[in-house]
Write a protein that binds this ligand. Structure first.
Ligand code: GMT
Length: 375
């Protein structure tokens, strides 16, 4: 099939999922066209089955806001016609489903019918999409999609509660490519990050409020009082500066390493002993899954779709949002002796393997075929 994928090209989970899905589809013989404003961060190699079409939004001083949706829907129309695309898969409802619907309608005027699959990722529903200023448009474009998928059961239920959805929402969980981790690094170069005997704790996110960054620091602060440890903070975002200040105030700045955005997540997770994800809400928690496939147990909140990924007492522990003391207690339980840590590490990788792309990709292919036949 010839598939056009629309996504955010940034470090966010939805962009990562869309990019890795596209790469895997291309490896299975499909022709994939990414349509977005920048080359997606995890998309390195372009070839005759993976294309990237950049959406340009011309700056015009009259506009207070430059109309990205307009440029995107026009680019979709042109790309779909030029490359005879069979199907459009939009990741993240805002504004992608809306722009995709407009492109579909414009093409229909010319007798071209392209089905649209919309994948809901979380914040497009739970944070931004439900805002009254966006809600009617988001509701409309979800209902106008030919097939709607959601990355977790929890997000499906949340969407049905918030919106008036007439369509079936099909759950297709996020995934990881197990084969990429098979030959994990033998020497993780752990010594570059921590001293002998120190546990390494990691957090990866886009440092937005929803990630509860102060909780990450507070949990770590209490852990390091009980056992020698380092904290590695990976990512960039509005909460980062405050986090650096909090570390100074708590006197632990020398034990916390802020690395910024990284394309070498696997190398960092390779030497990590524990992953912290105390989020306020999380439709899935792809970062937790990436940790688990790298043999890193997870201490998380029990919100949204996280319990569908992190299994209580098996791959880590889950606590109520903000229950820092319980998170610390559970972290110490996992970290305190080698045997327990090894058990949780092995469980984590076993559980993560259930989300292997080889299991998940056929679910998307089946959805595409159904959408295509229903034109
Ligand atoms: O977590 C973020 O802030 C980024 C956001 C995104 O849209 O890229 O992530 C959402 O989609 C990911 C991929 O499906 C999920 O793993 C994340 O849980 C979800 N984030 C939230 O729901 C807060």
């Amino acid at each position: 099939m010839k598939i056009a994928i629309v996504c955010y090209p940034t470090f966010g989970g939805s962009g990562v999922v869309a990019t890795e899905l596209g790469i895997s589809l291309a490896n299975r013989g499909h022709e994939v066209h990414f349509v977005t404003y920048r080359q997606p961060v995890r998309l390195e190699l372009l070839n005759n089955s993976i294309y990237f079409h950049e959406v340009h939004v011309p700056e015009y001083p009259l506009f207070h806001y430059q109309p990205y949706e307009l440029a995107l829907s026009s680019k979709l129309v042109d790309t779909i016609k030029l490359y005879e695309i069979d199907l459009l898969h939009v990741h993240y409802a805002i504004p992608h489903a809306y722009a995709g619907y407009m492109a579909k309608k414009m093409l229909e005027e010319e007798g071209i019918y392209v089905p649209m699959v919309t994948t809901l990722h979380g914040t497009d529903i739970t944070l931004v999409g439900k805002h009254p200023f966006y809600k009617p448009a988001v509701n409309f474009s979800i209902n106008q999609s030919d097939i709607v998928t959601s990355v977790s059961e929890s997000l499906k239920q949340g969407t049905l509660e918030i919106f008036d959805i007439q369509k079936e929402i099909e759950v297709i969980p996020n995934f990881i490519d197990k084969s990429k981790y098979k030959n994990s690094f033998t020497d993780c170069q752990r010594s570059t990050m921590a001293k002998e005997g120190e546990r390494i704790i990691t957090h990866i996110s886009n440092f937005r409020k929803v990630k509860r960054i102060p909780d990450v620091i507070k949990v770590f602060n209490k852990i390091q009082k009980q056992l020698p440890a380092k904290l590695i903070m990976v990512g960039e975002g509005p909460e980062k500066e405050g986090a650096e200040r909090l570390c100074e105030d708590l006197g632990i700045a020398n034990k916390v390493i802020f690395l910024g955005n990284s394309n070498e997540i696997d190398k960092i997770l390779c030497f990590s002993d524990l992953f912290l994800l105390p989020s306020q809400t999380e439709s899935f928690g792809l970062a937790a899954l990436e940790a688990m496939i790298n043999k890193v147990p997870v201490i998380s909140s029990n919100t949204g779709g996280i319990p569908e990924v992190n299994i209580q007492g098996v791959t880590g522990f889950l606590s109520d949002i903000g229950n820092i003391d319980e998170m610390v207690e559970n972290a110490i339980f996992i970290l305190k002796d080698k045997k327990t840590l090894e058990e949780f590490k092995n469980n984590s990788v076993k559980e993560a393997e259930k989300f292997d792309i080889l299991k998940v990709l056929p679910l998307y292919e089946e959805v595409y075929e159904r959408a295509y036949k229903s034109r």
